[in-house]
Design a protein around this ligand. Structure first.
Ligand SMILES: [Fe+2]
Ligand SMILES: [Fe+2]
Length: 181
């Protein structure tokens, strides 16, 4: 996307970078909380193992963006306490609906995050190739999570279209609000 610094209200490159780091940190924080919520509810060992692996990778993404926030002197989103509760709650509710519904939640979240990271990669300048490499690495993990969820029968979840719709909207809303405050 072309970025004209002379338009009033347009973000300066440094603000753009800060916004990108803040929203990515918020997203990875939310992802950790979703999987922690699912782990608390899921009973069968095979889905626990799948979610544990995804949780481990989300924790690594979160550590990366925690460091990025510190290095670039960016504060986390004001809404972090909300994502702490909402993420966990989403994990608990979807896992309570069953392992397939838990996977359906992952499909919805990861599709939105993949799109979000793709947009960010297109917007960030070549000067931040280091950050772009990090984002691309995370994006590939997110696509892998989506594929795991699809392989594990996410689409056979009860009320799959509804879960997908609600979680997609909620994730998009979380991104929208975390970019702003
Ligand atoms: Fe992630
Ligand atoms: Fe993920």
């Amino acid at each position: 996307m072309k970025h004209n610094p002379f338009l009033p209200g347009d973000l300066q490159p440094i603000q753009h970078l800060q916004q990108a780091l803040r929203v990515n940190h918020a997203g990875e924080y939310g992802a950790v909380r979703i999987y922690q919520g699912q782990m608390a509810v899921l009973k069968d060992q095979s889905s626990q193992a799948l979610v544990a692996e995804m949780l481990q990778q989300e924790q690594r993404h979160l550590d990366i963006f925690n460091n990025q926030l510190k290095e670039n002197h960016v504060r986390p989103t004001f809404f972090q306490p909300l994502w702490h509760i909402a993420g966990y709650g989403l994990g608990v509710i979807t896992a309570a609906l069953g392992p397939k519904a838990a996977m359906a939640c992952t499909v919805a979240v990861e599709e939105v995050i993949d799109q979000h990271y793709q947009e960010q990669l297109a917007e960030l300048s070549e000067e931040r190739q280091d950050l772009k490499n990090i984002i691309e690495e995370c994006r590939q993990d997110e696509c892998h999570h989506r594929d795991i969820a699809l392989e594990n029968k996410a689409q056979q979840a009860p009320a799959y279209p509804m879960i997908k719709f609600v979680v997609t909207r909620a994730t998009k809303f979380a991104i929208w609000i975390s970019k702003r405050i």
